[in-house]
Design a binder for this molecule. Sequence first.
Ligand SMILES: [Zn+2]
Length: 132
Amino acid sequence: MHEWALAEAIIYTVTEIAEREGFREILSVNVKVGELQQVDLETIKFALTQLKRGKLEKAEFKVETVKAKLKCRICGEIWDFDKDKLDEEVAEAIHFVPEVAHSFIKCPKCSAQDFEFMEGRRMYIESVGGIR
Ligand SMILES: [Zn+2]
């Protein structure tokens, strides 16, 4: 049911944007989901089509994943989190507990294991299009 709660949050936020920006009708919404979010995109899309109403009635929702990025806390290096390079078991562990990554991943520049996830753990609305 996590997906439905997220879909409701998206609808709520887009409705607020529509009010604030003075849209009469919303026609397109692009949503980005971090690849580390444990959500099913198809379920979110389905939930969105079920929940849309009012100014969002005709909106087409595009839901896409965003690659996770890591940032070294020591030297500031930013690199892509490439889970295809990890063993399947490790990748799975990181998916559920991203903190596990610290035992397996090093900064490519300074080898520090002190880093943070920049993208990949959140969901956001990238753009909204409509008729004013
Ligand atoms: Zn570093």
